[in-house]
Design a protein around this ligand. Sequence first.
Ligand SMILES: C[S@@+](CC[C@H](N)C(=O)[O-])C[C@H]1O[C@@H](n2cnc3c(N)ncnc32)[C@H](O)[C@@H]1O
Length: 279
Amino acid sequence: MADALDRAGRHLLARGVSEPRRDASVLLGHATGLSREKMVARPDRAIDESQRHSFAALIGRRAAREPVARILGRRGFWKSVLRVTPDTLDPRPDSETLIEALLSEAGEANGGRHVLDLGTGSGCLLLALLGEWACARGVGVDLSAAAVAVARVNALELGLAARCRFVVGDWGRPLKERFDVVVANPPYLSEAEIGRCEAEVARYEPRLALYGGADGLDAYRAVVPQLGPLLTPGGLVAIEIGRGQARAVTAMVEAGGLLIVGVRADLSGIDRCVLARRR
Ligand SMILES: C[S@@+](CC[C@H](N)C(=O)[O-])C[C@H]1O[C@@H](n2cnc3c(N)ncnc32)[C@H](O)[C@@H]1O
């Protein structure tokens, strides 16, 4: 097992994978069904022929720069593991900044909150919030019908389907209701940033989830003017932003008549979330 892991790690390193050893270990665990603890405890353990074949196939996919989450079809986010497919963005730990910001501002107490997730993708943000607020209900919207289908499966698998529904549509347009909390992670990469993306993103993430127009801000121009009418008085919104977008997005949110609560940074210290309230 240790030999196979070493060889795979070297192969992935040569193909430009940034964490080759870690990824090889995760994929070996998947191929053998063994936990990390079991693999570490007995590195000399033999693997059989079919496990060797399936490990080689997984390493081949990773060497072509397919992300590990896409290969496994699963990704951990906040406190749950979600299904991901080629139609959904692979949820990022950075987006957990939005959940932390909302929990700290709105409180963790159970209220009957009504929550909206604009650009729901896998449903990760809405489902994390419903998991924290046991009496909340919510709606997730996405332009991609295929992403909405994945979000519905995630809601069912997490036992949250009775408290949420998912709608295919263009941001808030299909909605007539108002919400106490809105969360949104719009596509925000500019033309230039898309061109510089690593292979994992450029080849495997849906373009609809990434591309924010020439300057990366097109989706904010569409979403921000909708926020006031979607929020109840005093309602909170957390919007994810890309590197260097804080000033432009806070200006748009203020121009949309909302009160800025603050800008929150992710674990790397990059401004990641604009938090605002309706007056
Ligand atoms: C950056 S991804 C975020 C996905 C998920 N919320 C997350 O945080 O992982 C942006 C999402 O917005 C969706 N989207 C793009 N344009 C949209 C539009 N006009 N209306 C609704 N959703 C849209 C994409 O399909 C994608 O799922």
